[in-house]
Design a binder for this molecule. Structure first.
Ligand SMILES: Cc1cc2nc3c(=O)[nH]c(=O)nc-3n(C[C@H](O)[C@H](O)[C@H](O)COP(=O)(O)O)c2cc1C
Length: 208
């Protein structure tokens, strides 16, 4: 993909909450796109610790039903209505990607490289985030909308039981995606002045 196309995809990637079941690509193509990211994404010490499960259709709806049930045990009654509405909105989308880290891969690294043992959990989370971001940008470039959710840990046990998830997989995030029923709202972009610096370039002013 030429750089300009990649930059365009980065810019159109947004948190889209009004999603429907009309995906711009067929499920097979989307599955291939996501698995390609899992295969090629970078990972700490090349440990390839990220695990991904894609739920389409009824399986996706089942996830958000499970989330609703899990919420009843932790959300105060007065807030439950709002949360339930939020979850019902996710159900209207076409699919969800579940992102896990395989903690056995992280433990192996800690054993083999004890000097970095404390750092591996953070690096593992960063590894996972790279896959999440690449999938999000790719879905956007294909014309699909997505949003990122964190119903873990309250759904972890339900997810593990329903989809036979190995004990060593820790759930990190859920990406809901589908057709774009309504685009994301405007987003104010903070100035780069205090967010980005360049030194030593013979082409770019240091103040940018
Ligand atoms: C680490 C991380 C965690 C996030 N968690 C959530 C979340 O739990 N629920 C949600 O609706 N959005 C979540 N988001 C999305 C952000 O709220 C969103 O990216 C941000 O407001 C900017 O909007 P944009 O995605 O449209 O650019 C998360 C984003 C990141 C990077």
């Amino acid at each position: 993909m030429p750089c300009q196309e990649l930059q365009h995809a980065e810019a159109i990637r947004r948190s889209v909450y009004a999603l429907d079941k009309n995906l711009p690509l067929d499920q097979e193509k989307i599955t291939e796109m996501i698995s390609h990211t899992v295969l090629h994404a970078p990972s700490v010490f090349n440990c390839q610790s990220t695990r991904v499960v894609v739920l389409f259709g009824e399986e996706h709806e089942k996830l958000w039903e499970l989330a609703k049930e899990a919420l009843t045990s932790i959300v105060a009654c007065d807030q439950f209505g709002q949360k339930r509405q939020e979850v019902n909105k996710f159900k209207e989308a076409a699919a969800t990607v579940l992102f896990f880290e395989d903690l056995s891969a992280v433990r192996n690294l800690q054993t083999n490289f004890p000097a970095y043992a404390d750092l591996f959990p953070t690096w593992s989370a960063q590894t996972n985030a790279m896959v999440q971001y690449a999938v999000w940008v790719k879905l956007a470039s294909a014309g699909a909308g997505a949003n990122l959710q964190h119903y873990n840990p309250i759904i972890d046990e339900h997810v593990a039981a329903e989809w036979s998830i190995p004990d060593s997989w820790k759930l990190y995030a859920q990406m809901v995606f589908g057709g774009i029923a309504e685009p994301a709202g405007d987003k104010k972009l903070d100035s780069l002045d205090h967010r980005f610096k360049v030194f030593g370039s013979n082409k770019v002013s240091e103040t940018v």
